[in-house]
Design a protein around this ligand. Structure first.
Ligand code: NAD
Length: 515
């Protein structure tokens, strides 16, 4: 099977009036599709439960985007049975068939890109460019993993012992559980399921409570693309009920998780316990939070650094695991850089995602309340240079906030906030900056702005993060170019969108035949 070389999906520029008008039309169309109910999908059955989970527009929480059914512990067991049954045939399916499903799904989403964008705008409050980036990433994951399967699902040449015919091959693990967060509810949701599926596994997918509708749409795309019943089982529900049951269940073979540090660490510990009747050691991939730092030294291009800081800190209201949340600045350029960052951030418009405002609401009441705790702390730990308050009216709005003059050990400088709040930390010199940037329990993204070659090289060696960015913003990893995953308590460094990702969901079988 020969495919054209992988290339990422192009972005549409919605600042152009014609494209903007198309987006408005897609929003109108999707508004007409709101309020629907989405069932669980287990094998061939679509099951509607009495309990429902409502997904709300964070910018306008009185607007119900849709309601998913809510899976119980019994549904988890049924889904595992259905997935193991489907595994018996899917593991023997032709590689071309599996690859074909991913490519077909990519083409369906490409054709409906504006609709998916519009749904992301309404369901989780992504403005047009953020939504476009996510839908494009979902397409990229499908295209990229399809090609990776063609590489990895092949016999492997080994050294031939005299008198033997020897080879090895990667085979799928079995039934996996994918548990995903709300902040990339299309791209991460699809990527985490599609990679194991194309490798021959069958999956149970548990989306985040705040973004069940786009996940339901994504599952429908995979089914429309030809995925047989039971290969994907859709189990929306509460993390602490159905998520917990799936993690603990003896029939779960592997867990692919992205979410918060605390839930991820709990999953890691729980999955390590061998339950009665369990016949394997569960494999766990975890991609967790971050407290991502960017250093600016006295040799840096300060305008470029300020642009990157604002994009990294306030894109999607700081709700990316890769978001810039610690700006670490060498004292010689500290006042000048801070002034530039504040000047740029002052121009950001806070408002509705569907109006394409720059800074949209945070996802829910819990997140809004959490951000407010840090806003209260801000003047005690540092100096509020911009923002510092919640927005008024409906919607979970938090002003883009810059807190300057923070000590590296301040809570604002150490804890993941997941909102539009940037901590700025002055340091004496480059050496101190390198110490401060690494002095966190996390290690997801990080960066340096400098024009000094030896410092850039030093950062390449010593800045301890899974994704390092030099002289550019620290968000916006591209599938295939920037394999994504964190060090330390940011995760198991599984590197989604990278060349080894599929191997997490496969095991190598070595076969020696005497001749
Ligand atoms: P979360 O941990 O609250 O929830 C993630 C998922 O876990 C949800 O589907 C939830 O229902 C489920 N869950 C909750 N409790 C569970 C339990 N006991 N057992 C099983 N499942 C359970 O995270 P969130 O608020 O949805 O997402 C934000 C977090 O995700 C942030 O910390 C962010 O940094 C992180 N994140 C990391 C990456 C990455 O690639 N490293 C990407 C996106 C988000």
């Amino acid at each position: 099977m020969n495919l054209p070389t992988y290339a990422p999906e192009n972005y549409t520029d919605y600042s152009q009036p014609a494209h903007h008008a198309d987006y408005e039309a897609a929003l109108e169309k999707v508004r007409g599709m709101l309020g629907r109910d989405y069932p669980l999908i287990i094998g061939t059955e679509r099951i509607t439960t009495e309990d429902k989970i409502s997904s709300l527009n964070p910018c306008k929480p009185s607007q119900i985007i849709g309601r998913t059914s809510s899976a119980s512990q019994d549904h988890a067991s049924l889904a595992l049975q259905a997935a193991w049954k489907a595994f018996e045939t899917w593991k023997h399916s032709l590689l071309e068939t599996r690859v074909g499903v991913l490519l077909k799904a990519a083409s369906i989403i490409k054709a409906r890109k504006l609709e998916f964008n519009a749904l992301l705008t309404l369901e989780i409050g992504k403005n047009f460019a953020e939504a476009e980036g996510e839908t494009a990433e979902a397409i990229d994951f499908l295209e990229y993993y399809a090609r990776q399967a063609l590489i990895h699902c092949q016999p492997i040449q080994t050294f031939q012992m005299p008198g033997e015919r020897d080879h090895a091959e990667y085979i799928p693990l079995g039934v996996g559980v994918s548990i995903t967060p709300w902040n990339f509810p299309l791209a991460i949701f699809l990527g985490q399921a599609a990679a194991p599926i194309v490798a021959g596994n069958t999956m149970i997918v548990k989306p985040a409570e705040d973004a069940g509708v786009v996940a339901a749409w994504a599952v429908d795309v995979l089914l429309e693309a030809g995925l047989p019943a039971g290969v994907i089982n859709f189990l929306p529900g509460l993390g602490e009920i159905v998520g917990k049951t799936l993690v603990e269940h003896p029939k779960t073979r592997f867990i692919n998780f992205t979410g918060s540090k605390n839930v991820g660490l709990w999953i890691n510990a729980e999955a390590a316990k061998v339950q009665p009747g369990q016949r394997w050691i569960k494999r766990v991939t975890l991609e967790l939070g971050g407290k991502d730092g960017m250093v600016v030294d006295e040799t840096a291009d300060l305008d470029a650094a300020a642009d990157a800081a604002v994009a990294g800190a306030f894109g999607f209201a700081g709700q990316k695991c890769s978001a810039l949340s610690r700006l670490i600045v060498v004292q010689d350029v500290y006042p000048a850089l801070l002034e530039k960052v504040v000047a740029r951030a002052t121009k950001l418009v806070m408002g509705q995602a569907e109006d394409n405002a720059n800074v949209n609401a945070v996802i829910n009441k819990e997140s809004y309340d959490k951000s407010k705790i840090y806003l209260e702390l801000a003047p005690k730990e540092g100096r509020v240079a911009l923002g510092g308050a919640a927005g008024d009216g409906e919607g979970y709005f938090i002003q883009p906030t810059i807190v300057a003059d923070l000590k590296p050990e301040a809570r604002l400088a150490q804890e993941e906030i997941f909102g539009p709040i940037l901590a700025v930390i002055p340091v004496k010199d480059f050496n101190e900056a390198m110490h401060v940037v690494n002095d966190t329990e996390y290690g997801l993204t990080g960066g340096l702005f400098s024009s000094d070659e030896s410092r850039l090289m030093h950062a390449e060696r010593e800045l301890h993060v899974g994704n390092l960015y030099l002289n550019r913003k620290i968000t916006g990893a591209m599938v295939g170019s920037h394999p994504f995953g964190g060090f330390n308590l940011s995760g198991t460094d599984s590197k989604g969108g990278g060349p080894d990702y599929l191997l997490h969901f496969m095991q190598m079988k070595s076969i020696a035949r005497k001749i």
